[in-house]
Design a binder for this molecule. Structure first.
Ligand code: ZN
Length: 453
């Protein structure tokens, strides 16, 4: 991946008015932020927001209502979403010892037979090692996909174990798969996440096990003994249901049909209340809009908040927005997403044409006081905004310090206490300043080549 740090100079200098507005935004947000209160309601009062759940629908209704009462032009836009329900889940080692496993079904997994699934375990470190075992060593077994995850940057390369594990294990005749949780902290937590099946292969049950349990299974297997595990999962996939993206406009004063999108995903996993993933991003978007409106800062172009549904297990919201607004994407001048937690802001990733990174860096130079004054070129800036690449929309990711993001990500511990109010406010300020200047500045960002659908 191309990583390029760029200085803060560019041709289109910021105006004195833009600089003054940025100072007002920062001053107001860092002193009197409502971002944490928004997040508290979303997490403590509404709770988990898995697509298709009651929580997700309550989140749609509440955010639309709150944005309206903050003076924005809010509406919902229909999307059909998958409806997977977890049900019950237990697992234990039955031989050569008896011991419970801390595990959780992966999102989209089929359940086990009602009595459970009892089978010997075979271990592989990664998908290539699994393939190397061949069907002779895998058939009829539960595959333990083990790995070593040390830092946040390991998540991308290792996520294929979770996403593709059931496919590759089924291809070799396995009857189930256990994936070591993708986590940077050993707190005996199971971390869920999206997985896939292939139509013509057996849909074997798939669960994540806590790192400590993967280590125990590894030690038992290393001893040369037959290790047996029993899994009972009652998760299942129901028919798709109707849900919605929440869309709210701060209408531009001169060019209202030109749009800067700021977004985050409203859905979460079901194990916790989704404070860092991605309640924090939702709070940043809602707070940015509230603040700009409260300060009377109405930029030249429209700033549109989009709270996408279904990022976690389908991306239907992001795909739906880009499809429904395809004719207008030529007038979308930028789309920004926040979906990497609630740590202090570090800057922006940029998918744009020549000069886009320098232009974003110049705006980001206004954010030195909160540490968000960097911009770097990337090929991807967020799952929900990625489909807008088909319309050649410049994409920006607001990045956070993700050192501890994967300690709690997708686990039962993704709760409000992991978020520091001052850091959340710094992020909201960074988002509001970037959105305001992008919407106000006369020149727009150079557009990237449209991606093929
Ligand atoms: Zn997320």
């Amino acid at each position: 991946m191309l990583l390029m740090l760029v200085g803060v100079r560019s041709d289109a200098a910021l105006t004195a008015e833009e600089r003054a507005a940025a100072e007002r935004i920062l001053g107001a947000e860092l002193v009197d932020s409502q971002a944490f209160a928004i997040l508290e309601h979303l997490t403590d009062r509404i709770g988990a927001r898995l697509s298709g759940s009651v929580g997700a629908e309550r989140a749609v209704a509440w955010t639309a209502e709150r944005l309206t009462s903050d003076g924005l032009r809010a509406r919902t836009e229909k999307v059909m979403v998958p409806h997977w329900v977890r049900g019950g889940e237990t697992g234990e080692i039955t031989a050569p010892i008896a011991a419970p496993l801390a595990l959780t079904a992966l999102g989209g997994s089929d359940g086990t037979p009602e009595k459970g699934l009892l089978a010997p375990v075979v271990e592989a470190f990664g998908l290539d090692a699994l393939k190397a075992l061949g069907p002779g060593k895998v058939r009829g077994r539960i595959v333990l996909l083990n790995h070593t995850m040390n830092v946040a940057a390991d998540y991308g390369p290792l996520s294929s174990l979770r996403v593709q594990g059931a496919i590759e294990a089924a291809r070799l005749g396995a009857v189930g798969v256990l994936v070591r949780s993708l986590s940077t902290l050993d707190a005996r937590l199971a971390h869920t996440g999206m997985m896939r099946y292939e139509k013509d292969l057996s849909h074997i049950p798939a669960a994540a096990v806590a790192a400590e349990d993967a280590d125990l299974l590894h030690r038992l297997l290393a001893n040369g003994e037959t290790v047996e595990v029993r899994l009972r999962l009652t998760c299942r996939t129901l028919p798709d249901v109707e849900s919605a993206n929440v869309v709210a406009d701060l209408v531009g004063r001169e060019r209202p049909d030109e749009v800067v999108v700021i977004g985050a995903h409203l859905d979460s996993w079901d194990l916790a209340t989704g404070a860092i993933d991605d309640g924090a991003g939702v709070a940043m978007v809602m707070e940015s809009l509230r603040l700009l409106r409260a300060l009377g800062l109405q930029p030249r172009r429209t700033i549109r908040g989009v709270l996408y549904m279904n990022e976690e297990n389908g991306d239907r919201g992001g795909e739906g927005y880009a499809a429904d607004h395809a004719p207008q994407l030529a007038r979308h001048v930028a789309a920004l997403e926040a979906d990497s937690g609630a740590g202090r802001p570090t800057g922006f990733t940029v998918v744009g044409g020549d000069g886009a990174v320098a232009a974003v860096a110049e705006i980001a130079s206004l954010l030195q006081s909160v540490g968000a004054d960097s911009a770097r070129a990337e090929t991807y800036a967020g799952t929900d905004i990625d489909p807008m690449r088909q319309g050649g929309v410049p994409l920006l990711g607001l990045r956070q310090d993700a050192t501890h993001y994967f300690d709690w990500h997708h686990s039962a511990a993704d709760t409000l206490d992991k978020v520091k109010p001052n850091e959340l406010a710094m992020n909201a300020a960074a988002m509001a300043v970037m959105a305001y200047v992008l919407a106000e500045h006369d020149a727009t960002l150079p557009r990237p080549a449209p991606a093929q659908p």
